[in-house]
Design a protein around this ligand. Sequence first.
Ligand code: BTN
Length: 333
Amino acid sequence: MSRKAILEALSAAEGFLSGEDLSRRLGISRSAIWKHIVALRQEGYAIDAHTRLGYKLRSRSAYLLPEEVEPLLKTKRFGRHYHFYASLPSTNRTAKELARQGAPEGTVVLAEEQTEGRGRLGRGWYSPPGLGIYFTMILRPTVPLGLAPQVTLLTSVAVCKALETVAGVQPQIKWPNDVLLNGKKFCGTLTELNAEMEAVNYLVVGTGINVNQSAGDFPDAVAAVATSVHATTGEKVDRARLLAAVLYFFEADYDYWLASGFDRLRAEWLERAAGMGTTVRVIAGQQEWVGKAEDIDSDGALLVRDSGGKLRRLISGEVSLRPEGGQGYDFGR
Ligand code: BTN
């Protein structure tokens, strides 16, 4: 608490604030103040210290700390319980532990880097520190099990809306949840479900967004298919603003979905869909086949017409927009 109060006092001050002044205001010793200053510097705040004048905040932290994200939130629930970690194996893994312990809906787990970031279909998610946003939301929707996958589609739509607002770009979505800029992937979502019989206990929805990576930052294995917002636009994006915007759009759409169902959101997903109406290669387990992506079903399944004219429903697996084959998306580390 004192650390937060010191930060607030330094943010509000015009120039230097003396150690004596801070210690009086907060009711703690000058050496305790100094310890907090050291800790704040370690968290990325640039604070000048002068023997006579005291302390001055030169620049705020670029980390997605609660102090940086909370003031930007426009949500009621999402992000209001916010667990920040400098490094985690995987935010989905930690979110599952928190969900098991009863963490409320809207809880967000975020890490500046992941050492074992996980993607769909057993892949990894490359999660270098400070450049992307790696976070997981805990949801407790009271919906039938079969509708839960729609949440992943909602997340992709929220990411698109946030990017449209914050960065002025128009991403596209490749079923089920790859978000693309200029045909390359910069965002993906891994949703994991815990259910009993027909009832959802909780969902953890983990999203990775490549934000400020340069083209050269990606490992060779993914460079051909991966991009970031910065690599596409040339602009650096304020990650805290982007995260707050994703949570804002997600909360609004999620609440709408709970109250009114998927129809409007399905339309919003389709407006942004990549490859709809074109020939795609379907990769489902060991099977691969080519067909025409026609629509998504009311439950979010992809509808693809095969060469025999039969409309087939895809509830998992993936599609490649290059029907002739070629490199798929593999974000392995
Ligand atoms: C995919 O497209 O394959 C899904 C990628 C999901 C990555 C995110 S990063 C935050 C969260 N934690 C993880 O370990 N994975 C998800």
